[in-house]
Design a protein around this ligand. Structure first.
Ligand SMILES: CC(C)=CCC/C(C)=C/CC/C(C)=C/C=C/C(C)=C/C=C/C=C(C)/C=C/C=C(C)/C=C/C=C(C)/C=C/CC(C)(C)O
Ligand SMILES: C[S@@+](CC[C@H](N)C(=O)[O-])C[C@H]1O[C@@H](n2cnc3c(N)ncnc32)[C@H](O)[C@@H]1O
Length: 383
């Protein structure tokens, strides 16, 4: 919502708002806090609130402990079974005390399990991370975001020359800029996205089975991980993708390596200024719309409307906020990530629905999916 269309109401607008405001005023009172922390019926709530606030205060320390574990490849080193601290210290090439400090911190974060006799094994979160190697790539990648967030107020004021804007070259392109020639930047982001695509692709194809469809074009399809998964799950559907020329070139090589080049058609172009391939009955935008401002999104939806068969389906998958069940991830993490990237914002289901309806789509609905935190799935019909 922009400053121009903010509602004019000042102060609580309903009874429930008034009650919430009253409760918050009470919580802001130090004497009430002291009482609530010792009164048996409110003590647990007070404790939960202090822990929640402490976690927000200290989240950056937890993240850096995780970064140390990832950089030292600690979880792989514990994957074979519990080991004494001294053996881990030797393996990590760290002093014993530092290793013990790290292992105890990681234990507190459930990344590691502390066992009898100063031995340590994989914790439940460390085990989950080991099964999802793309998480480690994001943890490493966060070094850029971490630097960009050092002065969050300067970032909000647009005063920071951010590292993330260099990582995502398309975030700095203006409409009408010549087609990008490629280069290292397209390689690094495409690789990061491809690593994290496989699980999301599975979630989407399970939530919205492609059977019975004819031709599916994945717009902004990166290196074709989704299109390959589609071609495997539903060989009868023509799988296609569309992306910027340097990314499309990478997609062709990646598909060739996976033996999928004959099963996926790769189109190259620019969805901001060019036209899209025609004749599809499904098009998808996976982790694409939130990278762009409303004007670009309106233009892209208009191009999709023009290219998609009448009655065809548009599927959008990305983190969505505003009560969609992924608000922390969407409205806090991704919205600040996109701020540092220099373009785009996360949108709620309601905001996306309004944009879709204004673009000539109808029957917008959320499709329940396995991990809405990383990708809520929304589908709409082209009228
Ligand atoms: C066996 C017994 C007795 C009990 C078991 C109990 C039980 C059921 C435990 C559950 C264990 C389990 C299966 C855990 C699974 C955990 C999983 C799957 C965790 C997954 C976590 C995923 C994470 C943390 C993902 C992080 C993703 C990030 C940070 C993504 C960043 C993406 C970016 C920056 C994308 C940028 C693109 C742009 C620019 C925004 O467009
Ligand atoms: C965040 S990535 C998502 C990639 C993939 N869909 C996924 O989920 O892994 C956004 C994709 O949109 C592509 N893209 C950005 N601007 C574009 C444009 N103007 N025309 C075509 N593709 C574009 C990028 O190259 C990139 O592959």
């Amino acid at each position: 919502m922009t400053g121009t269309n903010l509602p004019a109401t000042i102060g609580p607008a309903s009874v429930s708002e008034m009650l919430r405001h009253g409760r918050n005023l009470l919580i802001a009172n130090p004497a009430f806090q002291k009482w609530a922390a010792s009164f048996p019926l409110t003590r647990l709530i007070a404790e939960r609130q202090s822990n929640a606030l402490f976690d927000i205060c200290s989240g950056f320390v937890y993240s850096q402990i995780l970064l140390a574990c990832v950089r030292l490849d600690l979880f792989s080193k514990l994957a074979g079974g519990p080991r004494p601290c001294a053996a881990v210290a030797e393996d990590l090439d760290l002093p014993f005390d530092a290793t013990q400090r790290l292992l105890r911190a990681a234990t507190a974060l459930k990344l590691v399990d502390a066992l009898e006799g100063e031995r340590y094994g994989l914790g439940e979160l460390g085990a989950a991370l080991l099964a999802n190697p793309s998480i480690s790539s994001f943890v490493e990648h966060h070094a850029l975001l971490y630097a960009d967030l050092a002065d969050p107020v300067a970032l909000l004021r647009g005063e920071t020359a951010t590292k993330l804007s260099g990582f995502w070259p398309y975030a700095n392109r203006k409409a009408g800029d010549p087609a990008p020639a490629g280069g290292e930047a397209y390689e690094t982001y495409s690789d990061l996205m491809a690593q994290s695509q496989a699980d999301i692709a599975e979630d989407i194809l399970d939530a919205f089975p492609p059977t019975g469809r004819r031709r599916w074009v994945d717009i902004g399809g990166g290196e074709g991980v989704f299109a390959s998964a589609l071609a495997i799950v539903a060989p009868e559907v023509e799988a296609q993708l569309f992306d910027l020329p340097p990314v499309a070139a990478r997609a062709r090589s990646a598909l060739q390596r996976r033996g999928m080049l004959s099963r996926v058609t790769v189109h190259e172009g620019d969805f901001v200024s060019g036209s899209l391939p025609k004749g599809a009955d499904v098009m998808s935008l996976i982790r694409v719309l939130h990278d762009h401002d409303d004007e670009t999104v309106r233009g892209l939806l208009a191009r999709i409307h023009e290219a998609l068969d009448p009655g065809g389906t548009l599927l959008i998958a990305e983190p969505m906020g505003g009560g969609a069940g992924s608000d922390r991830v969407s409205d806090a993490y991704f919205n600040f990530y996109l701020l540092a990237m220099g373009r785009g914002r996360t949108r709620s289901v309601a905001e996306l629905t309004a944009l879709l309806e204004a673009g000539g789509f109808s029957d917008v609905r959320v499709v329940p999916s396995r991990r809405p935190m990383l990708a809520n799935v929304l589908v709409a019909q082209r009228v």
